[in-house]
Structures are given as C-alpha cells and as structure tokens.
Design a protein around this ligand. Structure first.
Ligand code: PEP
Ligand code: MG
Length: 586
C-alpha cells in the first residue's frame, strides 16, 4: 500500500482499477494501455499497416527487379523479397498478437517493443549472419510503425469501456471533454492545480479527482487497485483491507451529506436578517443545466461557451451553437443564463487556430483578444446567442476585458450584429411571423468579466459601459499574484484571501454599486463556503459556482447576518498577510 498526497480538485471518493494513459510521455512511439475490447481494433490497424507496407515494398522490389542489371540491384531485390516474407511471417504475427492481448498496450508500442527485443538478441550473437538480420527486423518494424503512425484512428479516451480510475501525467481540457464519462469514475494526475480547467471540468462532470500528484503515473501499474479521495487530496495505491474499509465508510458519509444538501434545495438563500443572495451555477456543457436545476440554482452565472468549440466532433456553426444555447435556456425555464463569449486560448485552443511559438499563451492571444481579431467567428457566436435569447432570459458576458477599449470594441461588434440582423429582417424581439427570419432577443444585459488586475483597478470606468460585472477570481489570482493556475509547484501561492485580492474585489464591488450595477463572482472562490461570509461582507450580490457547491454556500448564508459579515470584511481588509485573513475567516 502507498499513499500519495496531491491537490483535492474534485470532491468525492472512489475506489477502482487503474487505467494508465501515458500517451504524452513518449513523443516518438506513443504508449498507452487499451481496454480488452480494443484488441481487435488495434489488430485491424496492424493488418492494415502491414498491407500498406507490403504494397510499398512490392513496388520497390518490382522497381529493383526491373533494374536488376547490376549485382547490387539484384541483391536489393532479394532483400526486399525477404522483408516481404518477414512482414507476412505467421510466427512474427502470432508473437505480436499474443503480446497485444496479454499486455493490453497499443500496437505501435508492441511492434516497437518486440522488434527491440528481437534485434537485441540478434545483435548479441557471435554469428555475423544473425547480426545482419537485426537490421532487417528494424527496417521492417520501422516501416510498419510509419504506416501505423499515419493511420488516423487511434485509441481515444472516449473508447474506455469499463469502469476505471484514469491515471495520467497531464490532460488537456479537450481530453476531459472527450473521455467516456460513464466509465471514468475517478482521475489522478501528476500535473494540474485546483482552478485548472481540467479540475473545473472534473468537478462539472462529478468525477472525483486529485491533481498535482507529481509522480502517480510512474508509481502505479495498469490495472492496480486505487482509492481516489477528492476531498482530502489523497490517493492510495494497492490499499490494504483497513484502508478499503475506511474509504467505504467515508463514501457512505459523503453520500449522506449529499442527500442532506439536496434537501436544502427549496430553502431560500437568505441571511438571518433577510437579505436574499442570488446563487447561480457555472456550466461548461449544456447537459449540466439539469444539474444546476437539481441543486436549486437560480440561473446560470457562467456558461463557458468555449467548451462547445472544443468538444470533439462538434461543429461550431451558427445553427449548432443556437441549438446548444437554446437547450440551456429552455432547461432553465426563464431563469437567467449568462453566456460568456468564447474564452479561447491559453490551455483551450482550437487546432485550426493554434498559434505556434506563443511563449506565454496565458498572456497571449486569448479570450476577447481572439474574438476581436476574428470578428466573423465572434459575430457568428453573437448571432447564435441573440437568436437563442428569445427562448429564455439570456445575458452576454465578455471574458478577459483588460480595459475600456476592449469593452467598447466588443460592444461595437455586438451593435453591428444587431444592425445587420435588422437589415436582414431579424426584427428584435418580434415573433417570427411569416418571415422566415428568426427574431433576435432584445434588452439583453451585457457584462464584463473582471479577471485582469487592470480591469479591477479601472472598474469605475468599466462600470459606465457594462450592465453587470462578474469577478473571475481564478484568473484574477493568476494575474495579480503571478501564479500559473495549472502549475502544481506554485499552487501554494494561489491565495484567494491575499490582501491584494481582497482590495481588488472590494474595488470592483464598490465601483459596480456606485454605478448601480450588480457585482457577481463566478471564479472558484464563489463556491468555497469558508469565504462566503467574507464575500457577503464585501458586498457581493451574486455567487456563481459549480452546481454541487450551492447547498454548502447556501447553508452558510442562512446562518449569518449582514452586520457580522461586514465587520468580518472590515477586519479582513485591515490584515497584512493572507495567513492572517485565513485565520480570521476560519
Ligand atoms: C475565472 O477566471 O475565474 C473564470 C471564472 O473563468 P475561467 O475559470 O473559465 O478562466
Ligand atoms: Mg477566466
């Protein structure tokens, strides 16, 4: 038994069998494990690769035979003939197939591994004829590998077909979107921090996860038993009986707690002295809206629309976007839905817009910068939102606004879309009537995310142009404290209660209120019940979070009154270090 400690990234406890996914560790020959059900598919890939390699060698041999006037060409034709025989050699193929079925590793790896073994043995032989054969084997296996690597269909995380705990070195958000959520019961990862998008998606999909484990992908074997405790941030490899029992008990406690939380659903989020606080949910994919309703969300405070563009196999044309947004609006049945326009870039990139060589992608071409630079893509999204908006109560929010120029530029494009719509007959808010043009929603509120320090510092200026603010504390922490949110080594510095953060938050809320607009928060800080009272005291109007966090935040709201929260906030603002604030808040 071995216990590893990482970052608790998604709550819940799960026990199960390890599925080790190692693809990125071996850039030349991909290496990963496959489920049993994939053996036949892998073998078919091999047969196809052998077929193509044989054709290629046959062509070369025929060419050599035609030119076989010299002894060298004759020799070459003979060698190629031998290679063809090797490729089709039943013993070689049986050996590969047996290894594929027993080791359950991808076929490229099996070919490479067996050829390495065979050539090693031959090269160790004193007989020069055997040693020469080693080169032939390398040659043949390299040819198969080249074919295999160019065959597109490879194992994907969507193909996982039995219940497993996924262990990986690192995963991109788009990988998380593609994994088979029915069968991936837990996630343990070497890399990643609590507010990385991989963690956010794991929480969204209810997959218990521990990230930032540094070495788990090297310490665990495929198929080994594992416990992932996403509450405490621990992972146990090969748990003993006592550990199993302990975790089964915690699991049942976790389930009881969930049940109790769900019973809070109908109760209002109201302080003891009667102030109502709006609690909304963050979503990444439309299906999560059901979950938001289940946990009693009063709307969607952040729909991270960029994940729609990153979902494999999803084409992001206007119609598809319109359908996705409509689905969310209809599920929410008239409750407000804030669609954040695509926050592309950073760790969320579309292959066709990948910018090579960005040294600092998190400071680079992303979010609103991307949308303003590619107005056609931006306008398509805005059109889809405006059209979908007639099916409910939609709001638009722009990500990563750094200053007034960007907000004005984005608003100008939105106005252009409306004007183009009018010209094309999409009368604002009018019923479709006989005209085939769908109407656009009217009187939509348009807000700005406050997640860059410059925006928080100039919130008074931005407030004049925005209908609401939403504080994105994940990025606000990242940019004001200079801490990469996905880097587990500096995760300890990502302190939401840092005095600088409290001042930026306060400045934003005060500026919003001064202008008579709402200050919301949709960063992970909003879903942390230990910070709820402080945020209330700072004057926050709306909290938006992972739906499953709503009950615990509501529970705090119902236990406090405004006066004591304000006193707490005043004291917190006078602290000089985050440790002091943490102590105070506790
Ligand atoms: C944030 O930055 O706090 C936020 C809510 O946006 P995202 O996590 O998607 O960057
Ligand atoms: Mg952000």
């Amino acid at each position: 038994m071995k216990k590893l400690t990482g970052i608790p990234a998604s709550p819940g406890i799960v026990t199960g069998k390890t599925f080790l996914y190692l693809e990125d560790d071996f850039p030349e020959i991909p290496h990963y494990f496959i489920p049993k059900t994939m053996v036949e598919t892998e073998w078919k890939r091999f047969e196809k690769a052998v077929g193509e390699a044989t054709e290629e060698i046959r062509g070369l041999r025929d060419q050599a035979a035609k030119e076989a006037t010299t002894a060298a060409a004759k020799e070459q034709a003979k060698i190629l003939e031998a290679h063809m025989m090797m490729l089709e050699d039943p013993d070689f193929q049986d050996q590969l197939k047996a290894r594929l079925s027993s080791s359950l590793q991808n076929i490229e790896w099996v070919v490479w591994d067996i050829s390495r073994e065979l050539t090693g043995k031959l090269l160790a032989s004193p007989d020069p004829l055997f040693r020469e054969r080693a080169a032939d084997i390398s040659d043949v296996s390299n040819r198969i590998l080249a074919k295999l690597l160019s065959l597109k269909k490879r194992f994907s995380l969507a193909d996982i077909s039995e219940d497993v705990i996924l262990v990986v070195h690192d995963l991109l958000p788009s990988d998380v979107l593609s994994l088979n959520r029915d069968h991936v019961k837990g996630l343990a990862m070497d890399m990643g921090g609590r507010t990385s998008h991989t963690a956010i998606l794991a929480r969204a999909f209810g997959i218990p996860a521990v990230l930032g484990l540094s070495s788990i992908s090297r310490e665990v074997e495929n198929g080994e038993a594992l416990v992932v405790d996403g509450d405490s941030g621990t992972v146990i490899i090969k748990p003993d009986k006592a550990a199993w029992q302990r975790y089964e008990e915690s699991l049942s406690k976790f389930q009881k707690r969930e049940k109790k939380f769900l019973s809070l659903r109908e109760l209002p989020a109201e302080t003891k002295d009667g102030r109502h606080i709006t609690l909304k949910a963050n979503i990444e994919v439309p299906e999560e809206a059901d979950q938001a309703i289940r946990y009693g969300a009063e709307g969607i405070g952040l729909y991270r629309s960029e994940f729609f563009f990153l979902t494999p196999g999803e084409s992001a044309d206007e119609e598809r976007q319109y359908l996705a947004y409509t689905q969310v609006l209809k599920t929410m049945g008239g409750l407000p839905v804030t669609i954040r326009t695509m926050d592309m870039g950073g760790d969320k990139v579309l292959p066709e817009h990948q910018v090579s060589g960005e040294k600092n992608p998190l400071l680079g071409w992303r979010a609103i910068r991307f949308s303003l630079a590619l107005p056609e893509i931006f306008k398509t999204q805005l059109r889809a939102i405006l059209r979908a908006g007639v099916n409910g109560n939609v709001k638009i929010m722009f990500p990563m606004i750094s200053g007034i120029e960007e907000l004005e530029a984005a608003l100008k494009i939105l106005d252009e879309v409306r004007a183009e719509g009018r010209a094309a007959g999409h009368a604002a808010g009018q019923p479709t009537g006989r005209s085939k043009k769908q109407p656009y929603a009217k009187n939509i509120e348009v807000g700005a995310m406050i997640e860059i320090p410059s925006a928080a510092m100039t919130a008074d200026i931005l407030a004049k142009k925005a209908d609401f603010f939403s504080l994105g504390t994940n990025d606000l922490i990242q940019y004001s404290l200079a801490v990469d949110r996905g880097n587990e080594r500096v995760n300890y510095l990502a302190q939401p209660l840092h005095p600088a953060m409290l001042r930026l938050i306060k400045n934003t809320i005060d500026a919003a209120h001064h202008q008579g607009i709402i200050a919301a928060m949709c960063g992970e800080m909003a879903g942390d019940p230990s910070m709820t009272a402080l945020l209330l005291g700072l004057g926050l109007d709306e909290f938006s979070m992972n739906a499953s966090a709503i009950p615990s935040v509501k529970e705090v709201i119902r236990r406090v009154d405004q006066q004591s929260c304000q006193a707490l906030a005043r004291e917190a603002l006078s602290c000089s270090s985050y440790q002091q604030v943490v102590k105070l808040v506790k």
